[in-house]
Design a protein around this ligand. Structure first.
Ligand code: ADP
Ligand code: MG
Length: 714
């Protein structure tokens, strides 16, 4: 038996991985068990310390260094009571993954004796080596110093694994020279920038009581789960996270029978386990379901403040990665693991709210009469229009190129879907004051036993990269594997810019002068309405129409990244104190480098598979066909396979040459362009030959699990 056949037999014999009784662990009892949250803080900290810490966490008071030793002591007692032996600062460097270095609490006291120690300094500041993380030129190997700083707003938590418990402190990460080297710092800065400008608008509208405006994030997370025994036989899945080869399965997603389908027991066991772990971490996992593609799924938490929600999304991805193997599954977080069927994204549901609980994007029943809502809405519309190029750049990477700009949703053109009600209100506003709002209504089902449903005033649109959905926007173009800090940083900063401009204009108008307000908002509609699009974002017509409107359509990372280096971008990020010019440039460089590295790894892997796995299988098959002899039909097949074998060798050769030429390019930007223009097409051409061979070569000789197996055997 081949390894493939072995694995499939094993899967068939053992479909269910669950050994847990989940009913023993009701959500409420375990929720937040691993978090140093408010209850644990109250229990382990003296009252005045507790109160002071809460004031900082809730954003009312700056961080007070005088309490750190007391807090550290409480944190240590709590963690050790739960079995922790080590602590770590946890941060998100620009690798896009999380980073941690563990230290034990151990502090030896002479011979064979030790004490547990964890000081205030240990809590608030760490010192990882800054030269081994990407810095885009900010840090060289000989200038290694960098610091991590405790982010009080993100809860301290425990990583509890079968082999031990680690106290984990979310931190921000800077270089010795003070430049942000992580994803967290710019996000926090962008929050403050947006909050400050939003308050100016609220004050104009007479709100004197709100003291803070922040943003909320609810990231829906798509992912694939496949059987680990099959995935491990594919070097491309292991090294690249996606299949570089694979003929289409005879059955794909055309029957539309996967989306919201009943969840297989083995997958549900994973999801149960995931939810429980997330609840313990205080992550409000809420929704789970089958997604459109075979073997594709989604989870969504309840929304949270953006910086906490962004950390939590990292923990969601990390927890999935950790748990999947325990269920004999492999997690595929890539944007496009399989050609020809749906890829995965993240839908970042985003809104702005005040510390008093007001959602600034809630239109209410009569949006036309809700002037404050319209002001915030117009600020977002302008932000996406003026800085669409930056939003596109913020979600650009090699993986997401397979979705955006390819024949899959959403397109690379940044546009906004408002829905018929708001579209109409905004159109009225473009001409003067908005006078009326279209209404929803009832949906009558014609069956007396069924309830009458209330119809929303607005339909939904799945093809828009940036859609208004009720009382929030949904940024739907983010990649499934991407940390969400950076896209949200760019969005916050772009909106801060619009709010600032709007506030400048409004502060010249007398508060309460609705005519003056209408004039200001009307002008924004007129200047920015080209970004509004209600139709099918996948259609050819939209691409042509968007070009007529002058909207950027940057199909690949290579087309998108230059937006980060424009004078407009530098001014935007530096004027709001989100990123200095140097920090922005570093980020752009890291993105360019990453693109080249990812494409290069893919080319290496494709060549390796083609040369050492596919070609030998083809040769073996040709041998068998030759030995079979006699039949004209078999001779014809042998002739065809032999022809494809020649094509295969030629395609390998071409890809090798294209890759070698790309490496000679002057500088990383030119190299990236060479990968896009020469290497990727050569790799696609190689794939075409290999995929054709897959349909011809004897199944038992084919060296890798096929789509029909990976996608349906789990
Ligand atoms: P969908 O129907 O789009 O698949 P889901 O229920 O999967 O919706 O996810 C919607 C997400 O939007 C959830 O994370 C939810 O908590 C979040 N959300 C709801 N209201 C807001 C809001 N005001 N701001 C930000 N996120 C929100
Ligand atoms: Mg959803």
């Amino acid at each position: 038996m081949t390894a493939r056949a072995d694995a499939i037999a094993a899967i068939a014999a053992h479909k269910v991985a669950s050994t847990q009784n989940y009913l023993d662990h009701a959500g409420q009892a375990i929720y937040g068990q691993y978090v140093f949250g408010e209850d644990a803080q109250r229990e382990y900290l003296a009252k005045p310390i507790f109160r002071k810490l809460r004031r900082t966490i809730e954003g009312h008071e700056p961080f007070d260094p005088a309490i750190v030793d007391a807090v550290a002591h409480g944190v240590k007692e709590w963690a050790m009571a739960k079995g922790a032996t080590h602590y770590t600062h946890w941060f998100v460097p620009m690798t896009g993954s999380t980073a941690e270095k563990h230290d034990s609490f151990l502090n030896p006291q002479g011979e064979a004796r030790t004490m547990a120690e964890f000081s205030g300094k240990n809590l608030v500041q760490g010192e990882p080596d800054a030269s081994s993380f990407p810095s885009g030129g900010i840090r060289a190997t000989f200038e290694a110093r960098g610091y991590t700083a405790w982010d009080v707003t993100s809860p301290i938590f425990l990583q509890v694994e079968p082999n031990g418990v680690t106290l984990t402190i979310p931190t921000a990460y800077v270089s010795y020279t003070g430049e942000a080297l992580d994803h967290k710092i710019p996000l926090l800065r962008s929050q403050e920038a947006l909050g400050k400008q939003a308050l100016r608008i609220l004050r104009w509208f007479g709100n004197t009581s709100a003291t803070r405006v922040f943003t909320n994030i609810g990231p829906e997370q798509e992912y694939f789960l496949v059987d680990r025994r099959l995935a491990e036989q594919r070097p491309d899945l292991l090294l690249c996270g996606r299949t570089l080869f694979g003929a289409p399965s005879p059955k794909g997603q055309e029957l539309e029978d996967q989306y919201f389908g009943s969840i297989r027991e083995r997958i549900l066991a994973f999801m149960m386990d995931l939810d429980r772990e997330l609840w313990r971490l205080g992550i409000p996992a809420k929704t789970r379901h089958n997604e459109v593609a075979p073997a594709q799924f989604e989870m969504a938490p309840v929304y949270e403040a953006t910086s906490v929600g962004s950390d939590h999304n990292m923990l969601v991805m990390g927890t999935m990665r950790r748990l999947a193997p325990q269920h004999g599954l492999a997690l595929l977080m890539h944007e496009k693991p399989f050609a020809g069927i749906n890829g995965s994204g993240k839908h970042n549901n985003w809104s702005m709210g005040t510390n008093e609980g007001e959602n600034l994007l809630d239109p209410g029943n009569d949006p036309h009469a809700n002037a404050q809502f319209l002001a915030f809405l117009m600020a977002v519309i302008r932000a996406v229009n003026v800085h669409g190029d930056l939003l596109r750049a913020a979600i650009a990477d090699a993986g997401n190129d397979h979705r955006l700009g390819a024949n899959e949703a959403p397109p690379a053109i940044m546009s906004i879907f408002l829905g018929s009600q708001l579209e109409d209100v905004v159109a009225q506003l473009g001409k003067g004051a908005a006078k009326a709002s279209k209404k929803g209504g009832d949906v009558e089902l014609g069956v007396t036993s069924l309830p009458v449903l209330s119809r929303d005033a607005t339909d939904r649109n799945r093809t828009s990269p940036f859609a208004f959905t009720g009382n929030k926007f949904e940024f739907r173009a983010v990649g499934s594997s991407a940390p969400i800090y950076w896209p949200q940083t760019v969005l916050n900063t772009a909106v801060a810019d619009s709010l600032a401009q709007l506030a400048d204009a409004l502060e010249k108008v007398k508060p309460g002068d609705m005519g003056g307000l209408t004039k200001v908002l009307s002008a924004i509609v007129k200047e920015n309405r080209q970004v509004l699009f209600e139709g099918n974002g996948y259609s050819e017509e939209w691409h042509a129409e968007a070009a007529r409107r002058g909207l950027p359509n940057n199909k690949t990372t290579v087309d998108a990244l230059p937006a980060l280096s424009t004078a407009k971008a530098k001014k935007l990020f530096s004027s709001f104190g989100v990123l200095s010019e140097r920090e922005l440039e570093a980020r752009a460089e890291i993105n360019w480098e990453r693109y080249v590295k990812v494409q290069n790894i893919e080319a290496n892997t494709a060549l390796d598979i083609a040369r050492s796995m596919v070609l030998p299988a083809v040769a073996r098959y040709l041998g068998q066909l030759g030995a079979a002899g006699g039949s004209k039909g078999i001779a014809a097949v042998a002739g065809r396979v032999a022809g494809l074998a020649d094509d295969l060798v030629a395609a390998i050769d071409k890809l090798e040459k294209a890759q070698a030429t790309a490496h000679k390019a002057a500088g990383v930007h030119a190299e990236a362009r060479a990968f896009k223009e020469k290497v990727i097409p050569a790799q696609n051409a190689l794939r075409e030959v290999v995929d054709t061979l897959e349909t011809l070569v004897a199944d038992d000789l084919w060296p890798m699990p096929k789509y029909r197996e990976i996608l349906f055997q789990y």
